[in-house]
Design a protein around this ligand. Sequence first.
Ligand code: UT7
Length: 329
Amino acid sequence: MSRITAAITGVAGYVPEGVITNADLEKMVDTNDEWIRTRTGISERRYIKDPKKATSDMGAEAVKLLLEKTKTDPKDVELIVCATISGDYVFPDTGALICDKTGCTNAYGLEVRAACSGFLFALSTGVRFIESGAHKKVIVVGADCMSRIVDYQDRSTCIIFGDGAGAVMLEPSVEGFGVQDVLLKSDGSGYNYLHMKAGGSAFPATHETVDAREHYIFQDGQPVFRMAVRGMSNVITELLDRNHLEKSDLDWLVPHQANIRIIQSIGEFLNFPAEKVMVNIQKYGNTTAGTIPLCLWEYEPQLKKGDKLILTAFGGGFTWGAIYLTWAY
Ligand code: UT7
């Protein structure tokens, strides 16, 4: 019997209508357009204007478009894995809320929290359910509503993040297309470089934690930058080696969109032509779990069956990794 691989058979994305430009940020904190563009590559980012909407609503919009594009009956979906660190609630699971909002009433939700690497961890989870034969249709969502957890008084973080969601359909491929290899890493000793200080069981919410603005993202940017470049370069190298691939064999690199300088460093390390590196950070900033599926969504028209892609990310935890896949359509 031939091995079942898990292939991406469709991709969709959603970004909310609200736009925060660098000029808008100049009015909120001591920054300027030139600094933001040259240090990060970002010109604008999106945010959810409607206070009644949250992460699951963006995820649901991406899933609804995906169901439409792939002509899938929502009742046929068996599992929705949702990567997010800005779920609607501490509990319940954001995946469960997305199932409900999209009519995927036979599916169960599963939330994965691996910050900026979340989509890779969620994709890897979904892949296992397909490869094992347990499920035939799994949706993997990466969605984050960063505008709700960013401190718009902190110029070192508020310029980076934005809101957005992407989703992919995973189905079995008997032709062998889809995810070929997964390499994921975490190092919890790095938690304090990039985290939310309060609101969890370590430091529950109190008046003091709110006053100290500890329910927002904290990031020590420079060390994270260095570790991101090193971490992603290392996992890509290992993945190429163990799959007997030359750098020139790759058709696309799909990096997490955290900083254009990080993306360029990895591209240079791989000696990879810039036009084969997916980039949309200028429009959306860092949407955390949303960046990779949003890139796939935007570049979908350029992808060809059999193309070799490496997806890579680094984020809070620390978490990082890379996935090697072949495009199935
Ligand atoms: O996605 C998950 C993982 N996260 C990442 O991969 C992000 C990694 N880190 C980064 O992308 C960058 O470190 C940042 C974009 C966060 C910061 O850029 P940087 O080039 O590392 O700046 P820096 O923190 O070294 O600061 C350089 C200077 C400082 O001023 P002094 O001390 O040299 O006078 C900062 O205070 O830039 C100042 N600065 C700013 N100036 C204008 C910091 N933020 C701003 C700002 N506007 N928004």
